[in-house]
Design a protein around this ligand. Structure first.
Ligand code: NDP
Ligand SMILES: O=C(O)C1=N[C@H](C(=O)O)C[C@H](O)C1
Length: 268
């Protein structure tokens, strides 16, 4: 007897990450794409819109109608910060598990969603970055912060990215914060001659956002000490780099009954 496949809905399926996710689902035998959520193209076939003849799933512009019609096991969301939150709320209301890659969730918002999901015993993950190397970079940075509390994060992305700083940079700073003695970096009397020159401040650390065509997703964490500098760096060369983590998250949320924030919390 053949095992049932995991039924998936992708929100943002025409986008850079959504379309890569649709392709990943198509080549994964245990997954089935049962519908997609978009704000355009109601009723059309996402396979036609993406020029992928092997893919056949209807576009819904109303997420609730999508959930009622195709009853997915898991919603995967790669949209925009405000939309991702609305979609997560709709999924919770319908009792659907979630894999959220969309950036822009604050830790307070994550807590609020987690409370609701715990009440419903509903599994989900919000991961600012699904690339395994990026997660390792965050962990190594956090380990090193114990010895090097002076840290600057430089995140570099393509110039079509709407949010800054990146979700990855914020998550890195949050993990670093758990291991770093609190301090305000730089000279106490330093002055910005051009506003923004020293980047964004997070708990006394600095985060710098670079946006250029040609980039995909890259991050450096610089840790300065007496006469030494430790540089940690990760590069995503393409968006397939995120797909191992997305597929792993789908499999994992099927076994969860709470919301997890960060891929590092479900990796062995
Ligand atoms: N966690 C991770 O590993 C990663 C996370 N990301 C995050 O994923 C998100 C998407 O990134 P990316 O794919 O580059 O962005 P894109 O802009 O390429 O894709 C977003 C898609 O969402 C669509 N969209 C807009 N509004 C709605 C709506 N109401 N309902 C459904 N779909 C909608 C957009 O359509 P239209 O273009 O017509 O507006 C677009 O097709 C970002 O927040 C980004 O930071 C990105 C890479 C990796
Ligand atoms: O928009 C992107 O491209 C990316 N967004 C995520 C983020 O904000 O950290 C993940 C990755 O950096 C790519």
């Amino acid at each position: 007897m053949s095992e049932e496949r995991t039924k998936l809905v992708v929100a943002g399926a025409r986008g850079r990450m959504g379309s890569e996710t649709v392709k990943m689902i198509a080549r994964t035998p245990e997954f089935e794409l049962v519908g997609v959520v978009d704000h355009k193209y109601e009723g059309e076939n996402i396979g036609d819109l993406l020029n992928l003849s092997s893919i056949d799933a209807k576009v819904y512009t109303d997420i609730e109608q999508c959930f009622s019609s195709v009853k997915p096991d898991v919603l995967i969301d790669f949209t925009h910060p405000e939309i991702g939150k609305q979609h997560l709320q709709a999924a919770i209301d319908y009792g659907i598990k979630t894999v959220i890659g969309t950036s822009g969730f604050t830790s307070e918002e994550v807590e609020t969603f987690k409370k609701q999901m715990d009440e419903k015993q509903l599994g989900g993950i919000i991961a600012p970055n699904f690339a395994i190397g990026a997660v390792l970079l965050m962990k190594f940075s956090s380990m090193a912060a114990k010895y090097f509390p002076d840290i600057e994060i430089i995140e570099m992305h393509h110039d079509q990215k709407k949010d800054a700083p990146s979700g990855t940079a914020v998550k890195t700073a949050e993990l670093v914060q758990t291991n770093r003695e609190q301090k305000h970096q730089g000279h106490p009397e330093e002055k910005e001659l051009i506003p923004g020159a020293r980047g964004a401040e997070f708990d006394g650390m600095r985060i710098h956002s670079v946006r250029l065509p040609g980039l995909i997703a890259h991050q450096e964490v610089l840790l300065g000490g007496d006469g030494e500098l430790l540089t940690l760096r990760h590069d995503s060369m393409n968006r397939q780099s995120f797909m191992t983590g997305v597929a792993y998250s789908v499999r994992t949320v099927m076994t969860l009954n709470t919301l997890i924030y960060g891929l590092e919390n479900i990796l062995d």
